[in-house]
Design a protein around this ligand. Structure first.
Ligand SMILES: [Zn+2]
Length: 467
């Protein structure tokens, strides 16, 4: 058995209005190809880059959310390579002085987060030659690198999922993998002892499922190679979605020569002297991050798997938070969470929209009626749609329709007599010892009381009447 060691690199396009170094719209996925271009992002002679302040701030927000160190000094560097998607012949990135270093997420240590520009998009299929769309050239891109401290696929997978949720929650990136707004890269090596084995990179993975499959495939492929006495070759591999395999792209026996150098067109930044970038100001801009939200829900008695599900859905957690502001709601947090996770989604899918914030008081009133035993959960489920989408007031509905829970056996006596009279065969079957049919009779009684009977009391009363 070999121990895998995994490090992760994540690129995410930042949600700014304009590109990283020019005033072009940051809309890589919209409109005609090459609509959002200018002399700066097309690298025409004499064009000078101007750093996008909002992009810097967004990376600092990521740093603050990760509890990381925010740089006091930073600079931008030129990373040289040649490809049609890179008009300048170099990419502006950060080498020695990343904006963010250290920090953790889901227990995984982070090495750094830096800011760079995205390349254009090449299209090789469907026509002769290669077409290039420069709408994406110069879009702000953050790159996050973890330490090689992960030893199993579940931990790696959990990390990238949590990072996506975090980026979305703090509003720095939409982070859709299928749109290339978030791209995953895996570094994986195997060893039998504490020394690192030879590292293989798998690049450009565009779904969580592929990420997990690529890691599993590499662990198997490298294990088998080592078992055969072969050595693992240090290389960059791609992921073939159709064949569910990684494949060799280029070997990396020699470290790539990017000839990094500080970009002389961009000033160096003394971040500590820019008041807007003070850590306390950046922290003040952060909304509640997912881990804190889970903790808050946990303290209200919401079970952790339910809290995880709600936190993963920004719409539902927002609605829950609005409800929790209502008087007395916190005492019923668990029931509220349960209904929001189980019963609200089918109704909102049907309506095509989540319940409006104004429905929160009525919804909390409904949940309180259940919690206090005034109505059964069956009645609550029947009323839910009217409460959430038709501005109904639960207490009024309960009074008008006589839906208050009935525990009183005497009041149920008439109902029970009717049920038995209408179902003589079933009643006889029960009397003859077929206990399973009692459930059917209870169901009939619930129907007659429109769900307002306490099912336990009704069952007992039926039993008494039939023996
Ligand atoms: Zn431009």
């Amino acid at each position: 058995m070999y121990k895998p060691t995994i490090g992760i690199e994540v690129h995410a396009e930042l949600k700014t209005k304009t590109k990283m170094f020019c005033g072009c719209a940051n809309e890589p996925h919209a409109g005609e190809p090459n609509a959002n271009v200018c002399p700066v992002c097309m690298a025409e002679p004499g064009a000078l880059p101007v750093v996008n302040r909002d992009a810097v701030e967004k990376v600092l927000m990521v740093g603050a959310a990760l509890g990381a160190d925010i740089a006091t000094f930073t600079e931008f560097d030129r990373k040289h390579y040649f490809y049609p998607d890179l008009p300048k012949g170099y990419q502006i990135s950060q080498y020695k002085y990343p904006l963010v270093s250290s920090g953790t997420l889901t227990g995984v240590s982070i090495t750094r987060v830096h800011l760079e520009e995205d390349a254009a998009r090449s299209q090789h299929e469907g026509h002769e030659g290669t077409l290039v769309d420069y709408n994406r050239a110069g879009v702000p891109l953050m790159e996050l690198v973890t330490e090689p401290v992960i030893h199993d696929i579940a931990t790696a997978s959990n990390f990238v999922r949590e990072l996506q949720l975090l980026l979305r929650t703090i509003g720095v990136s939409d982070a859709n993998l299928e749109k290339g707004e978030m791209r995953l890269e895996l570094n994986l090596s195997l060893s039998k002892d504490e020394t690192f084995g030879t590292k293989v990179e798998v690049k450009n993975i565009n779904s969580f499922r592929s990420f997990e499959a690529a890691a599993a495939y590499e662990i198997k492929r490298q294990s088998e190679a080592l078992d055969r006495g072969e050595r693992v070759i240090q290389e960059t591999r791609g992921w073939d979605e159709n064949r569910q395999k990684t494949f060799s792209q280029r070997t990396k026996e020699v470290a790539e020569q990017y000839r990094y150098m500080p970009d002389p067109d961009i000033p160096k930044f003394d971040l500590s002297k820019i008041p807007e970038f003070e850590l306390s100001r950046i922290q003040a801009k952060l909304p509640e991050i997912p881990s804190k939200k889970r903790e808050r829900y946990g303290n209200l008695g919401i079970p952790s798997n339910l809290a995880n599900q709600i936190v993963a859905d920004s719409g539902l957690s927002k609605y829950l938070d609005i409800c929790l502001l209502e008087e007395g709601a916190r005492a019923h947090a668990k029931t509220l969470a349960n209904y929001i996770m189980t019963d609200v989604p089918p109704l909102s899918a049907e309506a095509g929209i989540l319940p409006a914030a104004e429905t929160a008081p009525a919804f909390v009133e409904l949940i309180t009626l259940i919690a206090e035993g005034t109505i059964t959960s069956r009645v609550a489920k029947d009323l839910l749609k009217e409460v959430l989408y038709e501005h109904a007031v639960p207490k009024t509905l309960v009074a008008q329709r006589g839906l208050a829970q009935t525990n009183d056996t005497e009041a149920l006596a008439a109902v029970i007599a009717e049920v038995i009279a209408e179902n003589p065969t079933v009643a006889d079957e029960y009397r003859a010892g077929k206990e399973a049919v009692l459930q059917f009779l209870v169901g009939q009684g619930m129907k007659k009381t429109r769900g307002s009977a306490n099912p336990g009391v009704l069952a007992q009363a039926l039993k008494d009447a039939l023996t």
